[in-house]
Design a binder for this molecule. Structure first.
Ligand code: APR
Length: 249
């Protein structure tokens, strides 16, 4: 069978997608490590660690407030929209993202496993308060908890922090049973996310990487599409639909 019709059959099994910053690049959201990446301009250790926040919460919040304002002006691109359509059409689909920009949800994805939290949620450093907060700009930096007046922090995972309870288990479980795993727009260097495709591959998944650049994952992939996600993903999905022998798509 040709790969795409074979693939169409595989897509009737569990399909898992892992996305990174590259899936939002064509929406205008800066990546972290590529050219123009955030960590090329800022030191992550000054802005995205619990120590940095304890040292200067206002500086950290100015960085996140800037990111919130930037992302608020960005719209989902065809890659995000294709993933939302895949969720609607495929019988067993899991989207796992490292991104905190909320663009998957903005594109219509209903179930998103957010490994690293969200720019659009805040949580109190003193009490259990947490909430979605989409105000741009925020009324004050750093924002205060409406319940206890404690410092609010972005509900994102900083370097050195554990991932949200249950989220990583959910991602491991999905990767471990995948028949196909697409890895879209990630440099595949940050753990534990970077191990998910390797687990899927080890358990027999067909692994596809969509990324204009080579990554440490590339040698493990069964298929590498060296193109931007906003072009590659819609084209790939259309090709699968055209060649599919089933109506699953
Ligand atoms: N389409 C697909 N991939 C792209 C595109 C595009 N249009 N543009 C860039 N890329 C690729 C780059 O080649 C790179 O491999 O996206 C990847 C982005 O890598 P990073 O900037 O390292 O982002 P990511 O892999 O998501 O980082 C993981 O690191 O800083 C932490 O918490 C942060 O979630 C982030 C994690």
């Amino acid at each position: 069978m040709s790969p795409s019709s074979q693939l169409a059959d595989l897509l009737s099994g569990p399909v898992v997608v892992l996305t990174g910053a590259g899936v939002s690049a064509e929406s205008g959201v800066p990546t972290f490590r590529g050219s123009g990446g955030l960590w090329r301009s800022y030191r992550a250790t000054d802005l995205a660690t619990p120590t940095a926040f304890a040292r200067d919460p206002r500086l950290v919040w100015k960085f996140y407030s800037w990111r919130r304002e930037l992302v608020a002006a960005c719209r989902p691109n065809p890659a995000h929209k294709t993933l939302a359509q895949m969720e609607r059409r495929l019988p067993d689909f899991t989207l796992i993202t490292q991104n905190v920009d909320g663009l998957h949800q903005a594109a219509g994805s209903q179930r998103v496993v957010e490994l690293h939290g969200s720019l659009w949620r805040v949580r109190c450093t003193r009490c259990s308060y947490q909430a979605e907060d989409r105000r741009v700009p925020l009324p004050q930096l750093p924002p205060r908890c409406p319940r206890c007046e404690g410092l609010l922090r972005p509900d994102v995972v900083w370097f050195g922090e554990a991932l949200p309870q249950g989220v990583l288990e959910q991602a491991w479980a999905a990767a471990g049973r995948a028949s196909v795993m697409l890895v879209v727009g990630t440099s595949a260097v940050v753990e534990p996310a970077a191990s998910l495709p390797r687990l899927a591959k080890a358990r027999g998944a067909y692994l596809i990487e969509i990324n204009p650049e080579e990554t440490p994952l590339s040698p493990y992939a069964d298929e590498v599409i060296r193109e931007p996600a906003g072009q590659a993903l819609p084209a790939w999905w259309q090709q699968i639909n055209l060649s599919s022998s089933q109506s699953v798509l």
